[in-house]
Design a binder for this molecule. Structure first.
Ligand SMILES: NC(=O)c1ccc[n+]([C@@H]2O[C@H](COP(=O)([O-])OP(=O)(O)OC[C@H]3O[C@@H](n4cnc5c(N)ncnc54)[C@H](O)[C@@H]3O)[C@@H](O)[C@H]2O)c1
Length: 333
């Protein structure tokens, strides 16, 4: 079946689901219906997008014209585990929002549920499909900067979580919910990680927030590639490097690529070239991810960040939190 003919069913109609629908529609894909136990969320999305809505995911999954399920409920294991168990019984392929889970143990349990049911599951790491980041990856693969040896990602902003009902109330916070996008992107670009040393903390002016609001990771990859990944949402800064305009700098022995938002700059000894790439993280990267997923299902091709492959990303996330706790370097495996 062609991607455009496949019916997408959204499980969860909260904050990010609107971006899913916009991105998929912009890509010419078909969202048929959505499910959410909250009636206000159902009403809002039905009015906004004219989709059919249901109070339960099972009702939606049972529809014949729903071919794939797109899970956007929060990454709370107590919520995702029973939901996934129920949804896989319909045998329909599943995309699930990142992070799959905030610990390797929980992520593994979810992957095993999908695998036992024979359901192809992919994690919604739209960072990999951001048009500017795709242009960066192409330039690296074309050898424009020679052999890459070091990469920096800087995501800096002041986000106040004091009054939010649950943001930051769990011990694994900004790295798990935001930085994980960067970990997946670098995994896609540079392969298996070998070691990580992490420092992280909580802004003292946000009472009640216990999860990390800043983290700084030094990662070494099997290939020898090194990376510094900074996700700091408690810096009182201009916000010019705030997600989705975080800055990526990739150094190779022949040049450097810098990217932020739509802008990609290449500097080599021959000079500088600048490009403004069409398409944004929100919502274009969401639509392009779904197109990739549907095409891969149709062709039997490999998935970018299948549940199983994503366990390598989650193992790095887990190792970073352990490193920050112990102050020690943590090795893969
Ligand atoms: N760039 C990105 O990819 C991106 C951006 C934002 C959020 N996210 C991820 O998306 C997930 C959801 O974030 P959000 O901000 O939309 O959260 P949210 O709380 O606004 O929405 C989640 C929705 O799921 C619904 N829900 C709960 N249980 C359900 C069930 N059993 N069946 C169907 N629906 C159910 C809730 O009622 C709620 O409306 C998080 O895991 C987050 O990390 C990803």
């Amino acid at each position: 079946m062609q991607p455009e003919a496949m019916g997408i069913g959204l499980i969860g109609l909260g904050g990010i689901s609107g971006v899913h629908i916009e991105g998929y529609r912009k890509e010419g894909l078909r969202v048929v219906a959505g499910a959410d136990p909250r009636s206000e969320a159902r009403k809002e999305r039905a009015a906004q997008f004219g989709i059919d809505v249901y109070a339960s995911g099972a009702e939606l999954a049972a529809r014949e014209d729903v071919h794939v399920l797109d899970i956007t409920v929060l990454h709370d294991f107590a919520l995702r585990e029973p939901l996934l168990r129920e949804l896989v019984t319909f045998g329909k392929p599943i995309v699930i929002q990142k992070p799959l889970a905030v610990s390797l143990e929980e992520a593994t349990a979810l992957v095993e549920i999908a695998e036992a049911a024979g359901v192809p599951m992919m994690v919604h790491h739209n960072s990999i499909f951001v048009p500017a980041f795709k242009a960066v990856f192409r330039a690296i693969n074309e050898g424009k900067i020679g052999t890459p040896y070091f990469c920096q990602i800087q995501n800096r902003a002041w986000l106040d979580f004091r009054d939010h009902a649950f943001f930051g109330r769990q011990p694994r916070w900004v790295l798990a919910s935001m930085g994980v996008h960067h970990l997946a992107l670098l995994d896609h670009w540079f392969g298996a990680w070998r070691s990580v040393h992490a420092m992280m903390g909580v802004d003292g002016d946000q009472p009640g927030v216990i999860g990390d609001t800043w983290s700084s990771l030094h990662i070494r990859y099997e290939s020898g590639m090194c990376a510094h990944v900074l996700n700091d949402w408690s810096v009182r800064d201009s916000g010019s490097l705030a997600h989705p305009r975080e800055e990526l700098v990739i150094q190779g022995h022949r040049g450097t690529i810098l990217a932020a938002g739509n802008d990609v700059v290449l500097r080599t000894s021959e000079g500088e070239s600048r490009e403004s790439i069409e398409g944004n993280w929100f919502p274009d990267a969401f639509g392009r991810l779904m197109r990739h997923y549907l095409e891969a299902l149709a062709s039997g091709g490999p998935l970018v960040q299948s549940g199983r492959a994503n366990l390598r990303v989650i193992s790095l996330l887990e190792a970073a939190y352990r490193s920050a706790e112990s102050g020690e370097l943590v090795l893969a495996g």
